[in-house]
Design a protein around this ligand. Structure first.
Ligand code: ZN
Length: 273
């Protein structure tokens, strides 16, 4: 099965994506063979005036707490109990193109495009291109990790061959439902001084149970088959709000299938602290 540029262009027209802000979560394998590679997807979106934002996470900058760091409650540090293999640490540099292999080929291609912008969060960075990319990514801070979703009434979430377990904005719904974000220490190159800073940053929890939110977002989902890939388009703010409400009503709804998952346990418990 092959997906062609023409099919991508037809999808952009059918979903009226031109000029829109799109938070895209994708799996290149869902396209079968994407004729010409990731640029066959990215270039028509850019040509249509879209602002395209994708996650470009990196885990190598994670580090142990620095000497003398204040002790944090175990749960507030959720999942840190042996989950991460910390050393060796590689400091994050937003000017470089390091990215977790699990992010996939499409964000990696966007990262390597001239003119791309990347946020400065050492663990949960995002990469973007297009008219609003710089101003959107500037809204993310080391602690307000989901700030990029603020003040985006016209933005959309577009999944390409992935389910809700890949949809990062749902983490913002968790936070708005009262959950506390996890805290991690991470190293990054300070662009002003060139030195390596060790910073405390907020990150999201386990997303493996997010598919249970499907019934709550289905009414606002618009689905389209694009070549071999199943796309779903959601308006960003209603997506976050619907997930927030569902989690508020039933905090355990997002618990993944691993009953022993420390991150799910801590995230759910954090809502009542
Ligand atoms: Zn879990």
């Amino acid at each position: 099965m092959i997906t062609t540029r023409q099919e991508i262009e037809q999808a952009i027209a059918a979903l009226s994506l031109g000029g829109k802000t799109l938070f895209i979560h994708s799996a290149i394998k869902s396209f079968g063979q994407l004729e010409g590679g990731p640029d066959t997807l990215l270039d028509p979106l850019i040509a249509a005036g879209c602002t395209v934002i994708m996650p470009s996470f990196t885990y190598d900058p994670l580090c142990s707490p620095p000497a003398g760091a204040p002790a944090m409650a175990d749960t507030a540090y959720g999942g840190h109990r042996g989950e991460w293999l910390l050393p060796p640490t590689r400091p994050y540099d937003y000017r470089a193109n390091e990215i977790e292999p699990s992010m996939g080929a499409i964000p990696r291609a966007l990262l390597n495009k001239p003119g791309r912008v990347r946020s400065q969060h050492p663990i949960n960075s995002f990469v973007g291109i297009g008219p609003l990319a710089e101003s959107i990514l500037a809204q993310q801070t080391l602690q307000h990790v989901y700030g990029l979703y603020d003040n985006q009434p016209q933005a959309w979430v577009l999944t390409m061959g992935v389910s809700l377990t890949s949809v990062t904005p749902i983490h913002y719904g968790e936070q708005q439902a009262g959950r506390k974000l996890f805290q991690r220490w991470a190293q990054q190159v300070n662009p002003s001084t060139g030195e390596v800073d060790t910073n405390l940053v907020a990150i999201g929890s386990c997303s493996n149970g997010f598919d249970k939110l499907q019934p709550y977002v289905q009414p606002i989902a618009r689905e389209l088959k694009v070549g071999a890939s199943d796309w779903t388009l959601y308006p960003l703010q209603p997506l976050i709000t619907r997930c927030k409400r569902a989690i508020q009503q039933q905090q355990a709804i997002t618990h993944c299938s691993d009953v022993n998952c420390l991150r799910c346990q801590d995230a759910i418990a954090s809502a009542t602290r």
